[in-house]
Design a protein around this ligand. Structure first.
Ligand SMILES: N[C@@H](CCC(=O)N[C@@H](CS)C(=O)NCC(=O)O)C(=O)O
Length: 207
């Protein structure tokens, strides 16, 4: 299996973590989004990362890929079968990919991407707004949801992958979850990112 997309991407990381958990070998091609690479373009209709090619089968979108991997490599299961747990897992996947990451990424964009890759100055006011205003309600919500090592049920899964992945970019930008204010979230993020699958994905090629 070929996985396209730089290791900086939280969405690419979701795929790499899932493959790591399932012990599926893969070749990683760390292209940037919209890269003029014909094989990548053929796998990603919108030019977004991640995309995969698996024996000629091409698929884009991290959630679509995780569901594909779940059916193709069912063990260990990363998607629960219990109806309520499944509903929550899909919710956390969506929430992590959209509302949460849109805010978590702000320090990364401002402090890493803009000065290093876009020749633009950092807007610390935008970082402060994300840290002081936009993220606290989301962190409050997650703090209330955490009651054990995993967000859903008694096993690591897609919800944990999708919620934790963006915190790696958050940390790269020198931002932290305040453990005094959100102790369960801070511990949960640290423990999840320390899993071998996340460690390997964090070391993945950035391109
Ligand atoms: N829903 C997609 C989102 C993927 C996505 O937005 N990836 C970013 C890079 S982190 C991208 O390719 N951006 C380029 C664009 O939006 O045109 C997924 O889960 O894979």
């Amino acid at each position: 299996m070929i996985v396209y997309g730089t290791g900086y991407s939280p969405y690419v990381r979701k795929v790499l973590v899932s493959l790591g958990e399932k012990n599926v070998p893969y070749e990683h091609r760390p292209v940037m989004f919209h890269a003029p690479d014909q094989d990548f373009q053929a796998a990603s209709p919108l030019g977004k990362i991640p995309a995969i090619e698996d024996g000629g089968f091409k698929l884009a979108d991290s959630s679509a890929i995780l569901w594909y991997l779940e059916r193709k490599h069912p063990t260990p299961a990363l998607v629960p079968s219990d109806p309520e747990a499944l509903g929550r897992a899909v919710w956390f996947d969506k929430f992590g990919d959209t509302e949460l990451f849109a805010k978590l990424v702000v320090p990364f964009v401002e402090r890493i991407l803009k000065p290093n890759m876009m020749s633009q100055p950092t807007d610390e006011a935008a970082v402060a707004k994300a840290l002081d205003k936009d993220l606290p309600p989301l962190f409050d919500y997650l703090e209330r949801q955490i009651s054990g090592p995993y967000l859903v049920g008694d096993a690591f899964g897609i919800a944990d992958i999708s919620i934790a992945t963006g915190f790696y970019n958050f940390h790269l930008a020198d931002a932290q979850v305040d453990a005094g204010r959100w102790p369960k979230l801070a511990a949960y993020v640290a423990e999840t990112l320390a899993r071998p699958s996340f460690k390997a994905a964090q070391d993945a090629k950035k391109g």
